[in-house]
Design a protein around this ligand. Structure first.
Ligand code: ACO
Length: 322
């Protein structure tokens, strides 16, 4: 039985301090009221040009240092935030680049104030399962960017900062259990009512669309998907002839064709549905797989090679027996 343990911790607060007194100059509140009601005296606020990933980086470097683990030795980065740097890539991907490491998994978890508990729980499962040995878990926020600084009922309460831990797997139990819960009925009691899917374009008129360097994406997609597909087969002791179907991300027929050619799977055994629905992003692989199952191409017992590539960059694969 494998367990995860916290072997290093770190934290970071932005330099700028905003005291209750200072705050009370711009909003109708007082040091006394805030301290009496909340115990808060001051908060730290990010500088212009400083983002959630910057806070996360500082906290992570501390945690890694405390753990005596180099960033190269990380198997996974799980970052909890409700204030990501950008819509995508994930703040975890941005952090990975800032840590100057390559290849390990990196993703965000969104559970607002409970986010770190969620991220820790997720990381724990990866270690207990034996998938990962070293996982960096971060909670990082720039709430100052989503506050109404004229609303005294909220702006006095929040600040910016980050904390991180390194989890490592071993025989000795560190985390004995993790627990996560949610109840969506109470979302209106504490929320940000606008977001990516809701009212986003009305809120921001500039830079809301996807921006892409098509040629570079094409090259990286072919290179990484084909390499990963080959590695996936090798690790399962298989070759291209053993695969009944390749079900690739449906972004571009030419990318699909190029990858299939490099991997050595003939196009007759590649599921292509991009013509019917274009690039549906994360939906494209399961959509294509379902299509092939429903129309009878994919049969029980078939071996399926899935692969995908996306912004971040991110990429992944799976070998499945149906
Ligand atoms: N300064 C001065 N007066 C204020 C301020 C302020 N910053 N904010 C509200 N008031 C006024 C109100 O308008 C009200 O005035 P009124 O009596 O004339 O109507 C009065 O103070 C009392 O307001 P209440 O909201 O009843 O004050 P309360 O004692 O409940 O304290 C507080 C408010 C501090 C927000 C408290 O309810 C609290 O701490 N709630 C938890 C909120 C929280 O922690 N959120 C973080 C995210 S969730 C989490 O992390 C757990």
């Amino acid at each position: 039985m494998k367990f995860s343990r916290i072997v290093g911790t770190g934290s970071y607060l932005p330099e700028k301090v905003l005291s209750n007194e200072e705050l009370s100059k711009s909003v109708d509140t007082s040091d006394e009221w805030i301290r009496e009601r909340t115990g808060i005296r001051q908060r730290h606020i990010v500088a212009d040009g400083q983002y959630t990933s910057d806070l996360a980086l500082n906290a992570s470097l501390q945690a890694l240092d405390a753990a005596g683990i180099h960033a190269d030795d990380l198997d996974l980065i799980v970052l909890a935030t409700s204030t990501p740097d950008v819509v995508f890539p994930s703040t975890a991907s941005i952090l990975q680049e800032k840590l100057n490491v390559r290849g390990c998994g990196a993703f965000d978890v969104q559970a607002v104030c409970a986010g770190f508990a969620y991220a820790l729980s997720v990381a724990d499962q990866f270690i207990k399962a034996g998938t990962c040995q070293n996982v960096l878990v971060i909670g990082a926020e720039t709430f100052s960017r989503i506050l109404d600084w004229t609303d005294r009922t909220t702006c006095v309460l929040f600040g910016d900062g980050a904390g991180a831990v390194v989890l490592t797997g071993g025989d000795k139990a560190g985390l004995h259990s993790t627990h996560i819960h949610a109840d969506g009925r109470f979302q209106d009691l504490l929320h940000v009512p606008t977001g990516v899917s809701k009212q986003y374009n009305e809120m921001f008129k500039a830079q809301t669309a996807v921006q892409m360097n098509g040629q570079k994406v094409f090259k990286w997609a072919v290179r990484e998907m084909s390499a990963l597909a080959i590695k996936t087969l090798e690790e399962n002791g298989l070759n291209a002839d053993d695969v009944d179907w390749m079900v690739p991300h449906q972004a571009n027929f030419r990318i699909i064709e190029a990858v299939a050619s490099k991997v050595g799977v003939p196009m007759e055994r590649v599921v292509v549905t991009v013509q019917d629905h274009g690039n549906t992003s994360a939906a494209s692989v399961p959509l294509a797989l379902d299509t092939a199952v429903r129309d009878g191409r994919v049969q029980p017992g078939d071996k399926i090679l899935l692969e995908a590539f996306g912004g971040g960059f991110t990429w992944g694969s799976a070998l499945i027996t149906m």
